[in-house]
Design a protein around this ligand. Structure first.
Ligand SMILES: *Cc1c(COP(=O)(O)O)cnc(C)c1O
Length: 368
């Protein structure tokens, strides 16, 4: 059994993928070829925003969002303490200071009350300029934008959505990667919409920012490609990745339905045994991860391992506990720290079979 079975996905789409790969090979347009612009339009339409600008990774997308918002040294950017390292890494990369915020222990996302508290604390105890909040759609579930948007507006903070794990999810009819001022996502192979290497994208309704992003990804080019008017990056999505993503996007809603059905099946079989992930009624998750919580986490993982079932601990340490951020010495985030001892992510992908789901749940139940 695979944790995320990309081989089965390829088999299911093989004819279309192979055709797309060969078409790119014979086109000769390997960087920013036609498929890139086509994909950007398709992704913008899918999400329901005006502009999509693709780039080389989800990490670059975050960095470019911060660059467009002119965030740098002396700025504070609030980030959840329970997320993948890159969310905070991008903040440090532009020279700003990440301020770690605790998360909600039920949905794993940034806790709005603790955010208010950390805003107050940072205002009172530091000289930093309060610049932005990066909210993460962790494990495929959108952060609480209903409460985050007015809070950020009230404090004059930009709101950036890190939708690397949330592409395809929604609150009501509003799709992830359309929340806040600017949104980012990743097409790393294991993400809900993954390519065959690294890739990322930004989403915004702001025409000026979209223009700037298109300049930043090509070394800060001006109207004339060989007049560089600002310091940028080399961060494009390869044509071949765009071609793969165009195929996968066609099947994406079917895959979303499949992972939601599988999550429901997991929930039914695990009810009362471990804490299953909680998805509020108005929310549709993209189930980048199916993450349970249990005080017997380590025993469950050992049992799964013995049965040859892969499982992962996302995350075994909080971001503020990472060696690279240890020097910051910030206010504690006790819920995030507690989660590092109880979370366990199960095999989850659209091609998981009923027998596999039952094998996973029976093994968990035997362990508890
Ligand atoms: C994967 C991920 C990123 C980084 O994306 P890459 O494409 O791997 O650079 C950023 N934030 C979160 C929450 C992620 O899960």
């Amino acid at each position: 059994m695979q944790f995320r079975d990309l081989h089965r996905q390829y088999q299911a789409m093989k004819a279309e993928i192979d055709e797309a790969l060969l078409k790119t090979a014979s086109s000769g347009a390997f960087v920013l070829g036609d498929a890139v612009a086509e994909l950007e339009q398709q992704l913008a339409d899918y999400v329901g925003v005006k502009h999509c600008v693709t780039c080389a990774s989800g990490t670059d997308a975050l960095r470019m969002a911060l660059m467009v918002l002119n965030i740098g040294p002396g700025d504070a950017v609030f980030v959840p303490d329970f997320t993948f390292f890159a969310t905070a890494e991008a903040v440090a990369m532009v020279g700003a200071t990440p301020i770690f915020v605790d998360v909600n222990g039920d949905v794993f996302n940034i806790d709005v009350d603790d955010l208010s508290e950390k805003i107050r604390y940072t205002e009172e105890h530091t000289d930093l300029h309060l610049a932005a909040v990066i909210a993460v759609d962790l494990f495929g579930q959108p952060a609480d934008y209903i409460d985050l948007e007015p809070l950020c507006r009230g404090h004059n903070l930009y709101l950036i959505e890190d939708g690397a794990q949330g592409f395809g999810s929604a609150i009501g009819g509003t799709k992830a990667c359309s929340f806040g001022d600017i949104s980012t996502t990743s097409f790393f192979p294991a993400k809900p919409l993954g390519c065959y290497g690294d890739g990322g994208a930004l989403f915004t309704d702001n025409d000026d920012w979209a223009y700037l992003l298109r300049s930043l990804r090509v070394h800060g080019k001006g109207v004339d490609k060989y007049d560089n008017v600002r310091i940028g990056l080399n961060s494009r999505l390869d044509t071949i990745q765009a071609a793969v993503l165009q195929v996968k996007l066609k099947h994406f809603d079917d895959e979303l339905k499949a992972v939601n059905d599988i999550a429901q099946r997991y929930n039914d079989l695990l009810r009362g045994k471990v804490t299953a992930p909680i998805v509020p009624p108005a929310v549709t998750s993209s189930f980048a991860q199916y993450t349970i919580q249990s005080d017997n986490r380590d025993a469950i993982q050992a049992r799964l391992k013995k049965a040859d079932i892969p499982s992962m601990i996302y995350y075994s340490r909080t971001v503020s506990q990472q060696t690279a951020f240890a020097h910051l010495g910030q206010q504690p985030c006790p819920v995030a720290e507690q989660l590092t001892h109880t979370v366990l992510s199960m095999p989850m992908h659209p091609y998981l079979t009923d027998q596999e789901i039952e094998k996973v749940t029976e093994t968990i139940i035997a362990a508890v």
